[in-house]
Design a protein around this ligand. Structure first.
Ligand code: SF4
Ligand code: SF4
Length: 59
């Protein structure tokens, strides 16, 4: 699985970048981007820690 960020909901807080153990996200100009979806280990930390419910995991 890999994460998808809903741009309409994301507040660019950066928490998903901080909590991901696999460096799936990076901040580019203060906006989180999914840069390594193949590295996702499906731990759900990004989903659980997003304050805006902006991250979902997809097959
Ligand atoms: S589920 Fe875990 S490994 Fe996958 S992107 Fe989210 S925090 Fe990273
Ligand atoms: S944790 Fe949620 S609101 Fe914060 S940057 Fe990531 S997707 Fe956006």
């Amino acid at each position: 699985m890999y994460p998808v960020i809903d741009r309409k909901e994301c507040s660019c807080c950066g928490r998903c970048v901080d909590v991901c153990p696999s460096d799936v996200f990076v901040l580019e100009d203060e906006v989180p981007q999914v840069v390594a979806p193949e590295e996702c280990i499906e731990c759900s930390a990004c989903v659980d820690n997003c304050p805006s419910e902006a991250v979902t995991l997809h097959d």
